[in-house]
Design a protein around this ligand. Structure first.
Ligand code: ADP
Ligand code: ADP
Length: 227
């Protein structure tokens, strides 16, 4: 489980995140929702310590992430962003297999896993495994990014607007596929979005932020039924 305790981030005069207290339940998808500039990305990036907090703590299974080695943190927490940055010189399969290969996982097993994940994210492995990123559409590249994040098999996955740059049809399909995988694998997911429909549709919980602070936290039902 991930817990934020009195988390703070200041950029000079800007108080980007203030006194944030929040627990993300295991195996659930929590949407971090709010308008542009309210501190969502800063919060997400403090969780994997891409950004150092100005104050407060992030706990991963009760342990302060400040005390974790970077490799342990990277293994425990995966990260997906909108512009995924696939390695251009590697094939789709090699991109998806990056982390398992780095960790020295069994090759044959990784190969099967890569195919399975391509299939799950809606890419026919026979067609796509050998392609280069330059041969993919934006939506296909985003699928590969999601498959790569899942291949690393981290217990926790952070996603920053992962479905942002897609046309509506591609977005719906990938969202559905992802939701299905997330439930099946019981991944703990924290997903940043400014899209309220997406948050309510995909989130088990929604954390609503405004001006660096938590305004509401609850299930989509809680949020809809509260004024
Ligand atoms: P969101 O993800 O909700 O759009 P951010 O977390 O990106 O919001 O930003 C929160 C606030 O912090 C904004 O006012 C933004 O301008 C400010 N901010 C973010 N990153 C920096 C930075 N590197 N330097 C200065 N201010 C920043
Ligand atoms: P190298 O060039 O280092 O020998 P490979 O191209 O054989 O690397 O494989 C890199 C990674 O991509 C491996 O983890 C492998 O399992 C995966 N991979 C390679 N080819 C395929 C494929 N056809 N289907 C699925 N995964 C593959």
């Amino acid at each position: 489980m991930i817990e934020l305790q009195q988390l703070e981030k200041r950029y000079g005069e800007t108080h980007a995140v203030r006194d944030l207290n929040l627990s993300f339940p295991d195996g659930e998808l929590t949407a971090l929702l709010g308008p542009s500039g309210c501190g969502k990305t800063t919060t997400l990036r403090m969780i994997n310590r891409l950004i150092e907090p100005s104050g407060g703590r992030v706990l991963l299974n009760g342990q302060d992430t400040r005390d974790l080695r970077p490799e342990a943190l990277r293994r425990g927490i995966g990260y997906v962003i909108q512009q995924i940055g696939l390695f251009p010189h590697l094939s789709v399969a090699q991109n998806v297999a990056t982390v398992p290969d780095l960790l020295g996982r069994d090759r044959a097993q990784t190969r099967r896993r890569v195919d399975e994940l391509l299939e799950l994210t809606g890419l026919d492995p026979a067609v796509f495994r050998g392609k280069k990123p330059s041969e993919l559409s934006g939506g296909q590249a985003q699928r590969v990014g999601v498959a790569r994040a899942l291949a690393a098999d981290p217990p926790v996955l952070l996603m920053d607007e992962p479905f942002g740059a897609l046309d509506p049809l591609a977005r719906d399909t990938l969202q559905e596929a992802f939701r299905d995988i997330q439930r099946r694998l019981r991944k703990t997911v924290i997903m940043v979005t400014h899209d309220i429909d997406e948050a309510l549709r995909l989130g088990d919980r929604v954390a609503l932020m405004r001006a660096g602070q938590l305004e509401q936290f609850g299930t989509p039902d809680d949020l809809i039924h509260r004024p």
